[in-house]
Design a protein around this ligand. Structure first.
Ligand code: NIG
Ligand code: FE
Length: 404
C-alpha cells in the first residue's frame, strides 16, 4: 500500500530531472500537467503525472483547484546571524550607500559584532525561527553561510549552528564558509586577513560544503579572491563567490575560471563574463530581492545571461542588511517584474537550478525522487509570483509527510 495520494491536482509542476543545470532556452521548458496525480511511498515519489485511479494509499489529499510543485530551494542565505540593522533604514533614506555604511564600521561589521557577542543558543534560536518561516513558505532546501564572525571561533560557531539546524529538522542544507566577507577592524590589512582565512581552510573543510568570498571594491580584490579560491579548490572544497554585486570587477570571469559551483549577485557583471557563461555550468544565482532592498534601479541582466546560454537560479540572499526577507515567493515576484523572467524560468530557477547551485539532489518530483512537495493555494502556477508579498504555501510535505 502507498502512503499518500494527492489527487485532482489542477496544475502539477514537474521540472525536468537533469544532471546538469538547465541552461539558456532549457530554462523556459517546464512540464505542467493539468489534472494531475502524485503517489508517495516510503518518502519517495512512486508516480507523478496525469490523473490516474490506478493507485491506492493510506491517505488521500484532494487538491482540487490547487497547484502542486516540488518544494522550493533557497540557494543563498545568511541564515545564522546575530542582531538586526533597522537603524540603517534612516541612513538609506538619507542616501548613504551600502559600501559607505560598511566603511563607517556599520553594515556587515555591525552584524559581526552582534554575532560575536551572541551565544550559540541565541544564534540557534534566531536562525531556527527564520528557518521555520522559510519552511512554512515552501522551502525545504537551504544554503546557509557563515561570514559574520571574521574570526575562527565565531565562524565555526555559525557553521555549527547551521549544522545543528540541519540535524534537528533533517533538512537538505548546505553549509558555506564565508570567512572573507569583510575585513575586520583588528586586521592589519585585507591581504593579511585573506591569508589568515586561506590558512584556516583545511580546518573549515570538516564543517563546510563550500567556500565563498565577497569580491568587491573596498572588500576583497580579484587577486585576493583568486588566491582563496585556488586554495579551496586545491583542498577539494568547491567555491562560490559574491561577484560583481556593485562594481564590475570581473568576478563572474573569475568564478568561471575557478569552476565555481555558483557566482552570485552579478548585477554589474561584464558582457565578457556573461558570454563565458555559454560554455560553463557555473550557476548564476541572481538575488533581485537585494537590488530591491538596496534601492537600486539596475538589476542583474538575467535576460542577457539566458540569451548567452547561461544557467540561472534565483534566491533570497536573506541577511540582516542588504535583503531582509526570507520569503522566496516574494523574490519570485521581483524576478518576474525586474529580471523579466517567465513563470517557467522562475519555477526552474527556484527548484532544479537552485538545487544545482548548491549541489543538492532535490528540486524535482519525478518517480524515484524524494517526496518534498508543496501544495499551493493558487489557481495556477503563474499566480504565485503574481500575488506578491504573502504566503501561498498551503501544505508542505517533507519526505512524504505533511509537516505544515
Ligand atoms: O550577499 N554582499 C555581501 N554580503 C551580503 C550582505 C551582508 C550584509 O549586508 O550583512 C549580500 O548581500
Ligand atoms: Fe549574500
Amino acid at each position: 500500500m502507498n502512503d499518500l495520494l494527492i489527487q485532482n491536482i489542477k496544475e502539477l509542476i514537474l521540472p525536468k530531472s537533469t544532471d546538469r543545470p538547465l541552461k539558456g532556452k532549457e530554462l523556459d521548458e517546464l512540464n505542467i500537467v493539468e489534472n494531475g496525480t502524485v503517489v508517495v511511498k516510503d518518502g519517495k515519489i512512486v508516480y507523478s503525472g496525469p490523473y490516474t485511479e490506478e493507485y491506492d494509499a493510506e491517505e488521500t489529499i484532494d487538491a482540487t483547484g490547487k497547484v502542486v510543485s516540488p518544494a522550493l530551494i533557497d540557494a543563498h542565505t545568511h541564515l545564522v546571524h546575530g542582531g538586526s540593522r533597522e537603524q540603517e533604514m534612516a541612513l538609506k533614506r538619507q542616501g548613504v550607500s551600502y559600501l559607505d555604511i560598511l566603511k563607517q564600521g556599520g553594515g556587515i561589521l555591525s552584524t559581526v559584532k552582534a554575532t560575536r557577542e551572541a551565544t550559540e543558543e541565541e544564534l540557534f534560536k534566531k536562525a531556527e525561527y527564520n528557518l521555520l518561516t522559510m519552511i512554512h513558505h515552501g522551502v525545504l532546501g537551504v544554503e546557509s553561510k557563515s561570514g559574520y564572525g571574521l574570526d575562527k571561533e565565531t565562524e565555526l560557531k555559525q557553521l555549527r549552528v547551521s549544522r545543528q539546524l540541519a540535524d534537528k529538522y533533517q533538512l537538505d542544507m548546505k553549509h558555506t564558509f564565508l570567512g572573507p566577507h569583510a575585513v575586520p577592524k583588528e586586521a592589519a590589512s585585507g591581504e593579511s586577513f585573506m591569508q589568515e582565512m586561506i590558512d584556516f581552510l583545511p580546518e573549515v573543510k570538516d564543517y563546510a560544503d563550500f567556500a565563498d568570498v565577497f569580491c568587491e571594491t573596498g572588500v576583497f580584490t580579484i587577486e585576493e579572491s583568486r588566491r582563496y579560491m585556488e586554495a579551496a579548490n586545491a583542498l577539494g572544497l568547491r567555491v562560490k563567490i559574491h561577484a560583481d554585486e556593485i562594481d564590475p570587477l570581473g568576478g563572474l570571469e573569475l568564478a568561471i575560471e575557478q569552476n565555481a559551483i555558483s557566482a552570485d549577485h552579478l548585477v554589474a557583471a561584464s558582457e565578457e563574463g556573461k558570454r563565458q557563461l555559454h560554455d560553463s555550468d557555473t550557476v548564476a544565482v541572481l538575488l533581485p530581492g537585494t537590488t530591491f532592498y538596496l534601492n537600486k534601479d539596475k538589476y542583474a541582466d538575467a535576460r542577457g545571461m539566458i540569451d548567452n546560454n547561461g544557467a540561472v537560479a534565483i534566491a533570497t540572499d536573506f541577511n540582516p542588511g542588504s535583503c531582509v526577507t526570507n520569503n522566496l515567493q516574494m523574490v519570485m515576484a521581483i524576478a518576474a517584474l525586474k529580471l523579466k523572467l517567465s513563470p517557467n524560468e522562475i519555477w526552474n530557477a527556484v527548484t532544479v537550478n537552485a538545487a544545482k547551485a548548491i549541489d543538492l539532489d532535490a528540486g524535482t518530483i519525478n518517480a524515484g525522487d524524494k517526496a518534498n512537495i508543496v501544495i499551493w493555494h493558487a489557481p495556477n502556477y503563474q499566480y504565485i509570483p503574481y500575488h506578491y508579498g504573502v504566503n501561498h504555501a498551503e501544505k508542505v510535505i517533507k519526505d512524504g509527510k505533511v509537516i505544515v
